[in-house]
Design a protein around this ligand. Sequence first.
Ligand SMILES: O=c1nc2n(C[C@H](O)[C@H](O)[C@H](O)CO)c3cc(O)ccc3cc-2c(=O)[nH]1
Length: 333
Amino acid sequence: MQITVLAGGVGGARFVRGLLSHLRTRDDAEQTSVTVVGNTGDDITLVGLRVCPDLDTLLYTLGDGVDEGQGWGRAQESTRVAGELATLGVGPDWFTLGDLDLATHLARSRWLAQGLTLSEVTARLAQRWGLPDRGVRLLPATDTPIETHVVVDDGEGGERAIHFQEWWVRHGASLPARRFTVAGLGEAKAAPHVLDALRTADVVLFPPSNPVVSIGIILGVPGVREALRGTRAPVVGVSPLLGGRPVRGHADACLAPLGVEVSAAGVAGLYADFLDGWLVDDADAGLRYPAGAQVRSMDLLMRDTEGAARLAGAALDLGRELSPVGAGTRGPR
Ligand SMILES: O=c1nc2n(C[C@H](O)[C@H](O)[C@H](O)CO)c3cc(O)ccc3cc-2c(=O)[nH]1
């Protein structure tokens, strides 16, 4: 079985870790491969280094090296270099790069400067973190450098665009966003294997990642949405909102500027053109959902890896139910 997952950072990484844990309990584990397509809109260049937060969160989480408390960054990390940079007045003081994490950014930036693509760099890092041995292929959504920007009020009746990380980390998403723009997205090409992984999957899963600044960015890469509309695989998503609130992150602050209802139903509407199955929390079972997707409710909270495994198993079960005679047998939509 081939499973393709579109993922943002912490929520996506924890869901995939749960998926791997669930797959280990199944008889067909040996014949199953997982392709994860990661968001690159969060990427940023800091102190001359290319930082890819969502890809790194996936690498560290799936490679058992993540700081569990934060959900991002390396476990047992120190920040001596960041402290020295601050003393030198270099770099933003609102974004901290850990010492071990810096090695990732140094290696990535060096390999990119040598002419490797982000896909090739990510494959090297994935090897370092043992992802292929765990049956996981990690792909950036695109090799084209893209960056999400947030348009906010400039305080003088006009507007200004700031990098997504400045809005998210420095301001805690508290500045009302007028809209999101993605530099480079228009000219971006899906990275190698991304479109094929969607077209040839047996099931496509959407973890409870941010629908606007994580999944939404991947969907904006030319060809991705069309591949999802055309795939014969069931597409099953997990709502990132429980009772109208995100478990972590700021999905609510991202949906408001789009004029989308901040609810599991509102998010389902963003995926309505390709979604086959939608897992929502029991608290949201009574909402009115767009026609087309089968909705199932359960306790959606991923308290630990076991909880994430339960969720991933339910998403796979729903996918199987929607493709009763085997994936690849339904006509394209
Ligand atoms: O809240 C923070 N998040 C930090 N994050 C998390 C990240 O900014 C966001 O949570 C994601 O981009 C949103 O998915 C980092 C992620 C990295 O891979 C590397 C460094 C950082 C540093 C910070 C930070 O200083 N503060």
